[in-house]
Design a protein around this ligand. Structure first.
Ligand SMILES: C[S@@+](CC[C@H](N)C(=O)[O-])C[C@H]1O[C@@H](n2cnc3c(N)ncnc32)[C@H](O)[C@@H]1O
Length: 282
């Protein structure tokens, strides 16, 4: 089947509108596991009072909130996302303020008449089917010497929270992710991320890697919560399997998490995160 970016984006909007409340509660609003990156990203960008920042794919506004505190009343932050539900939560979580706005925009097509000192994009670059178009659009909206800050998950082998389940599920449901969809791991190495950002014309690129840890509880907690937080289209695919297949997947996942299971039966996953900073030299 030929990949259709418009359908892919529509599907992503549906998924994010559905999962945003759960995503915010369980992940984004608590700075545990991978979300320890939010503080690191803001620190690495060395944001000053009075600066103008655009937080692209702001989701429920966790990065936006830190940015707003950093730029102060004289600065300004705009958060933009394709999910209206995520933006709604972001508005509530950030409280109304004169130095903050939210807009419903697509990364590849947003347009502002102004330019920004800094653009941030945490855990979203891999969702943009035409990531080059999105990066070039970000570049176009940065002042000369303006800064870019991008956070992505590391290589699947270094993010076993995802791969332990994903590897098992895709053995039974090869089209679990629609065929032809952009590979969500495509920027999971330092060199792949750097190459993509360089290709879009950015300079002074630095990529740092961090390994955070995340404890999802026991295997039973991990499995139950993973299924609970899945979006409907993915859940439907899993539900279409028969009982024996589901049990087999569960057994494979249990094997996959063994290396990360502690004596007290809880799991401690390492979680690699890459944070890139770059400059827009015109
Ligand atoms: C994993 S969340 C990250 C949200 C936020 N940056 C954070 O760190 O919590 C990914 C976000 O990317 C957004 N997104 C996906 N595709 C997008 C696109 N083409 N343009 C803008 N936002 C998009 C989703 O709606 C979702 O809110």
């Amino acid at each position: 089947m030929k990949f259709n970016p418009t359908d892919y984006k529509k599907r992503n909007i549906t998924i994010w509108n559905e999962v945003a409340p759960r995503y915010h509660k369980r992940w984004a609003s608590v700075s545990q596991g991978p979300f320890q990156s939010t503080n690191k990203l803001v620190q690495l960008l060395d944001i000053k009072k009075g600066e103008n920042v655009f937080d692209l794919a702001c989701g429920t506004g966790v990065v936006t909130k830190k940015l707003k505190q950093k730029v102060g009343k004289k600065g300004h932050v705009v958060g933009g996302d394709t999910s209206v539900t995520a933006i709604k939560i972001a508005k509530k979580w950030n409280e109304k303020s004169s130095n903050l706005d939210f807009v419903n925009v697509d990364a590849e097509n947003f347009h502002f008449t102004r330019k920004f000192d800094i653009i941030t994009c945490q855990y979203a670059l891999f969702f943009f089917p035409n990531s080059q178009k999105a990066l070039k659009n970000m570049k176009k909206h940065l002042i000369n010497e303006g800064k870019l800050g991008i956070t992505v998950h590391g290589h699947p082998k270094k993010v076993p929270f995802f791969s332990s389940i994903f590897d098992a599920v895709t053995k039974f449901i090869p089209d679990y992710v629609p065929p032809g969809s952009p590979d969500l791991d495509r920027f999971g190495t330092k060199s792949a991320l750097r190459t993509e950002v360089k290709k879009a014309g950015f300079s002074k690129i630095t990529v740092k890697d961090f390994v955070f840890s995340f404890n999802p509880g026991t295997f039973e907690d991990y499995w139950k919560n993973y299924l609970k937080y899945l979006a409907k289209p993915l859940k439907q695919k899993l539900d279409s399997l028969d009982r024996r297949e589901r049990l087999e997947i569960r057994g494979m996942v249990r094997e996959n998490v063994k290396p990360f299971t502690l004596k007290n039966k809880t799991i401690r996953f390492p979680w690699e995160v890459l944070i890139l900073t770059a400059k827009n030299k015109i």
